[in-house]
Design a protein around this ligand. Sequence first.
Ligand code: CU
Length: 112
Amino acid sequence: MIIATPRAAFSRALCIALALGFNAAAHAAEVVVTIDNFVFNPPAVTIKPGDTVTWRNADDIPHSIVSTTPGAFRSKALDTDDKFSFTFTTSGAFEYFCGLHPHMKAMITVAP
Ligand SMILES: [Cu+2]
């Protein structure tokens, strides 16, 4: 026989709250784009609003991330193993390039 004490009820409510919170957090994904040998990899990423893209420079020379959409996102020069993260809150297609090597181009698509 199970006796529902107030303490058990509280524990159950806490579990539900944690589960809901966990689900909300799990919904927002983080995608990693690696910069290696003058290439953004993967070059095209599709994410949902609220997701975060983290770029990591795996090259032994600096790179940066510059959106072609003015003011959207722009990193400083990233040295080897430096990271830059940006959370996309609005839908759209965001092209970007390396500020130091503008021929390096890639794209983030944000779609619900
Ligand atoms: Cu570069």
